[in-house]
Ligand binder design. Structure first.
Ligand code: F6R
Length: 247
C-alpha cells in the first residue's frame, strides 16, 4: 500500500488525478471504476482540464460506477448518473455509451444487480477503482455489517449515511433510503485501488481502515488484503494515523 500525504483538498485532488491520469496515458482503453461524493469533485476537475488541454484522451476509456440511489432517475440532479455527467462525462471525450452507472429505477432489483455484475465481467474487470470512504468506514454503499456482501446488491443505507446525505435534499422524506452498490468482491477484483480521503471527519475511519482489524464492521478494512492500493489523503484525514505514530 502506498500512502501519499497531501496538505489539503487541492493537493489531494491533483495527486489523485495524476494517479488516474497516468493510467489513462499508459492504458488508453482502461476500464475505470468511478465514485461520486464530495471528495473526487476536485480530482475530476483536473481530469477535465487535462483532457481539454490535450494531455488526456478518454476516447477509448470505459467506466463503471460504484453505486446509485434506488428510486432516482438519471435525470434527477441528486442521482449519481447526473453527478457523473456534470462533473466528468459531459466535459471529456468519453463515449457515454461506454459509461455505466446502476439504473436507480430498475424494477427487478435482483435482475438489475445480476446484469451489473455481468457488465463488469464483460468489460474484462476494472483496471483502477476509485473509492471515497464514509465516516463509518463504508466503501461504495457497503455499510458496516456482519458480513462482507460480495457482488452488486441493494442496500439499506445506514442512518448516519442518510443524515450525511440529507444536506443535498429538500426534506428528509426525499432522501433515498436504499441504493444499488457494487459489493466487496467486485471492488477487490479491481486491479488497482485508488482511495481518496479528506477532512477530519474521515480520520478515525481511515485509521481503522488502514490499521485496524479487518472486519465487515469497517468495510474499507478489507483493502488491507488488496495487493495494489494507493491512498491519497490530506493531513486532516491522516491526523489519527499521525497521532498514533504510524506515519
Ligand atoms: C460514492 C460512494 C461513497 C462515497 C463516500 C464518501 O460513490 O460510493 O462511498 O465515496 O460516502 O463521500 P464523500 O466524498 O462525499 O465524503
Amino acid at each position: 500500500m502506498i500512502i501519499y500525504a497531501a496538505k489539503d483538498y487541492e493537493e489531494v485532488s491533483k495527486k489523485a488525478a495524476t494517479v488516474m491520469g497516468a493510467l489513462i496515458v499508459s492504458k488508453p482503453n482502461a476500464v475505470l471504476g468511478l465514485a461520486t461524493g464530495s471528495t473526487p469533485v476536485g480530482m475530476y476537475r483536473y481530469l477535465v482540464e487535462w483532457c481539454k488541454n490535450g494531455d488526456l484522451d478518454f476516447s477509448q476509456i470505459s467506466s463503471v460506477n460504484l453505486d446509485e440511489y434506488r428510486g432516482l432517475s438519471g435525470d434527477n440532479d441528486q442521482s449519481y448518473r447526473y453527478f457523473m455527467n456534470t462533473n466528468l462525462f459531459d466535459h471529456v471525450n468519453i463515449d457515454k455509451a461506454k459509461t455505466n452507472v446502476p439504473n436507480g429505477l430498475a424494477e427487478d432489483a435482483d435482475q438489475a444487480c445480476a446484469e451489473y455484475n455481468a457488465i463488469i465481467r464483460s468489460m474484462g474487470g476494472v483496471d483502477m477503482q476509485l473509492l471515497g470512504i464514509g465516516g463509518n468506514g463504508h466503501i461504495g454503499f457497503n455499510e458496516p455489517s456482519d458480513v462482507f456482501e460480495k457482488e452488486t446488491h441493494v442496500v439499506d443505507l445506514a442512518e448516519s449515511t442518510i443524515q450525511a446525505n440529507a444536506r443535498f435534499f429538500e426534506s428528509m422524506d426525499d432522501v433515498p433510503k436504499q441504493a444499488f452498490t457494487m459489493g466487496i468482491k467486485n471492488i477487490m477484483e479491481a486491479k488497482k485501488i485508488l482511495l481518496v480521503a479528506t477532512g477530519a471527519a474521515k480520520a478515525d475511519a481511515l485509521y481503522k481502515a488502514l490499521y485496524g482489524p479487518i472486519t465487515p464492521q469497517v468495510p474499507a478494512s478489507i483493502l488491507q488484503l488488496h495487493s495494489d492500493v494507493v491512498v491519497v489523503a490530506d493531513e486532516e484525514a491522516l491526523s489519527v494515523i499521525r497521532e498514533k505514530g504510524l506515519l
